[in-house]
Design a protein around this ligand. Structure first.
Ligand code: SS9
Ligand code: ZN
Length: 681
């Protein structure tokens, strides 16, 4: 079931450039592509992708979004003199024309369509189109912000028309607002457009009122346009992840797209002269990963911005690694979102509360945060202190001069998935069984002590435990990425694994995710060596612990919506902030979790701990071995279908938990601190 990643690129798209002096446009250079592609070649990533040729978009393709007049006008640009080009350019904002840009714009749109074709026909699972000119700023009849044709908007209409795709999610993680995409689908409920962007209360380009969170879409499309305006520069990894966990992902799962397109601009990364943000290139590994289980993995990324060549190339490589299925790196220091990011998140969530049941419990926007925010001179200079000046407040530090550590090499263990199965059980495709040569009783006795031997007194059970420890040992040495064990008794196996890990410095933080009701045998520790998130239906006395988090769903684990809400809004942020070295995912006997949800959970958790997940299941759950193994191998989870509204009781439970835990785990925050007094409960 291995399906590849498409890479669509053609050197021809480097063959245009700015021919006159224009400070606003000088950052958009051919090197943006040569450097990105060069990095993919140098790291061997390009070779691992399926190379798909570009094509020219046809007139009919372009006309899916643009007007005939505009197309005809652009068509004339190859024949214009320098002066005519300059004059033609003047009618648009922050863009330049060149005799070869029309050709490149057709290739950029055509490359995007080739990518959509490759993914929709399942020739590949996902892919990246490295293109210029970018597209997300151009609208029906206007070039804008380096963009000529709106590549992603054209591809969206094309996918709907050619493949009958019902719902498309567009994630625009570029640091600029893709107003062209917003305009194209504002009233269209079949296209959910999400964008975060540097805004600074409308002081930042393109300075539009409609880039604010209050633009939620029009008419039938109300609720299908989500803007998260950044009102300060310097946003970090935590800010981006918060918005994914608490807004984009819950809505995306509720929406249930058939296809995901990403306006993949990397000017939202550190060092970018336009964005001035501080998210590191490895964040794109996680953002990509978090989208890879939507739409059965049909994910198409299309380059937009990215103007710091170093940051751009690193971000592109991190993204492609993830598309290829390589384990994501440990996300660096997630200290939680900043106040300004929380304010933006809060406002966007509250603006969308009427449209999405996953946001029904979102706090209302505090009244003192009006849209018409007027910045005082003090606030202005304060904002600049953070980003552009040293502590003395004198010397300017240019974004291009910011330094950050190059993301560490992404090592892929030689074996992806190993399994421990009872005698006679068939090994799932693509996995390898663990064989242990050590005498089980001797090893397990030494690791477990008398206590557990009495419970695991059968030879087979002992052998399984022994293999489990062998598997963990190999995961620690990074010889194996993840594993699945069917065991005689999950509780014993869990204790066995935790004890084993406790003694090892490499696995000093274990995230234990228990699905289903059962008494947990492992002692709850407050030393932070384990974090237990226990999702079930039995009310468990709230332990008021930072490291033991019982989530009690009214209908238990069989409730798809409630479960996903807990996973996205609680488990993921907790997991990211805890930053485990191992994830232990435990399927308790008779937990009743439905297969699709289990797949999503297995897939999503692999973004943590460099993909080191160990799944424990009871012997009699043989039927679920294959799907679980498939997810561990990196295959996308099945779609859950559009989600129903969660049960009010569950909303209440999750919200209560979130409020209790947010002081310890600030990635759980969804509102700005000064407004917290207004929250419900
Ligand atoms: C330069 C202003 C440039 C246009 C940016 C377009 C980005 C497209 N200081 N403004 S991703
Ligand atoms: Zn941009």
């Amino acid at each position: 079931m291995t399906m590849g990643t498409a890479l669509i690129y053609d050197e021809e798209m480097t063959k245009y450039k700015l021919l006159w002096v224009d400070p606003a446009c000088k950052i958009e250079t051919p090197e943006r592509l040569t450097v990105s592609h060069g990095a993919l070649v140098r790291t061997g990533l390009a070779d691992r992708c399926v190379s798909v040729p570009v094509r020219e978009a046809t007139d009919a393709d372009v006309l899916l979004v643009h007007s005939e007049e505009y197309l005809e006008a652009v068509k004339k640009t190859p024949y214009m003199s320098l002066e005519q080009l300059m004059e033609f350019t003047l009618q648009y904002g922050d863009v330049y024309f060149h005799p070869n840009i029309y050709h490149c714009a057709k290739l950029a749109a055509g490359a995007t369509l080739q990518l959509v074709d490759s993914v929709m026909t399942r020739r590949v699972r996902n892919g990246l189109a490295l293109v210029r000119p970018p597209g997300h700023h151009s609208s029906t009849s206007a070039a804008n912000g380096f963009c000529v044709f709106n590549n992603v908007a054209i591809a969206t209409r094309y996918a709907k028309q050619k493949y009958g795709v019902k719902r498309v999610l567009i994630v625009d993680w570029d640091v600029h607002h893709g107003q062209g995409v917003q305009y194209a689908f504002e009233d269209d409920p079949s296209v959910l457009y999400f964008s975060w962007h540097r805004y600074e209360h409308q002081k930042f380009w393109p300075n539009l009122r409609e880039s604010d969170y209050s633009s939620v879409g029009k008419d039938k499309g109300a609720g299908f346009n989500i803007n998260v305006p950044w009102n300060k520069v310097g946003m970090k990894n935590s800010d981006y992840l918060s918005v994914f966990c608490h807004l984009l992902l819950p809505v995306a799962y509720e929406f249930c797209p058939d296809l995901v397109l990403v306006c993949a601009g990397f000017d939202s990364a550190i060092g970018d002269p336009e964005g001035h943000m501080c998210a590191t290139p490895d964040i794109f590994a996680h953002l990509s990963h978090l989208l890879m289980n939507l739409a059965e993995g049909k994910l198409c990324l299309v380059l937009e911005g990215g103007y710091n060549l170093t940051s751009l190339a690193q971000s592109v490589c991190q993204t492609v690694h993830t598309l290829l299925g390589d384990p994501a790196p440990q996300p660096a220091n997630l200290q939680g979102p900043c106040e300004s990011a929380l304010e933006s998140l809060h406002c966007a969530r509250s603006a969308h509360k009427p449209y999405w049941s996953c946001l029904k419990h979102a706090a209302d926007k505090p009244s003192d945060l009006s849209t018409q925010y007027v910045q005082t001179e003090e606030q202005r200079s304060e904002e600049h202190n953070g980003s552009e000046q040293t502590e003395e407040g004198e010397q300017e530090v240019k974004a291009e001069e910011v330094v950050w550590a190059e993301p560490p090499k992404r090592s892929t263990p030689p074996l992806r998935t190993a399994v421990v199965l009872p005698e006679g059980a068939a090994c799932p495709d693509g996995c390898e069984p663990i064989s242990s040569s050590v005498d089980p009783s001797a090893l397990v006795v030494s690791q477990l002590g008398e206590k557990f031997l009495r419970e695991a007194d059968e030879r087979d059970a002992l052998t399984a435990l022994c293999k489990l420890l062998t598997l963990l040992g190999k995961m620690e040495k990074n010889e194996i990425c993840n594993g699945l064990a069917l065991v005689h008794d999950v509780a014993t196996a869990m204790t066995c694994a935790v004890q084993h890990c406790g003694g090892n410095s490499l696995t000093n933080r274990v995230l234990i995710v228990c699905v289903g009701d059962a008494v947990l045998p492992s002692p709850i520790t407050e030393d932070g060596k384990t974090l237990v998130v226990h999702i079930g239906s039995k009310e468990i006395k709230d332990q008021k612990s930072k490291y033991y988090i019982p989530v009690c769903l009214k209908k238990g684990c069989s409730d798809v919506t409630g479960f996903m809400q807990a996973v996205l809004g609680l488990l993921l942020p907790l997991g990211y902030q805890y930053d485990p070295s191992l994830v232990l995912l435990v399927w308790m006997p008779d937990c009743g979790v439905c297969e699709g949800v289990w797949q999503q959970l297995t897939g999503l958790l692999q973004g943590l701990a460099q993909g080191h997940t160990l799944v424990l299941m009871q012997e009699n759950e043989k039927a679920s071995v294959d799907v679980t193994a498939s997810c561990l191998l990196g295959n996308p989870a099945a779609c859950l279908g559009p989600l129903d509204a969660p049960l009010p009781e569950d909303v209440e439970t999750l919200e209560r938990l979130r409020l209790r835990l947010q002081a310890d785990w600030n990635l759980l925050q969804t509102t700005a601190p000064e407004s917290r007094g207004d929250e419900e409960h």
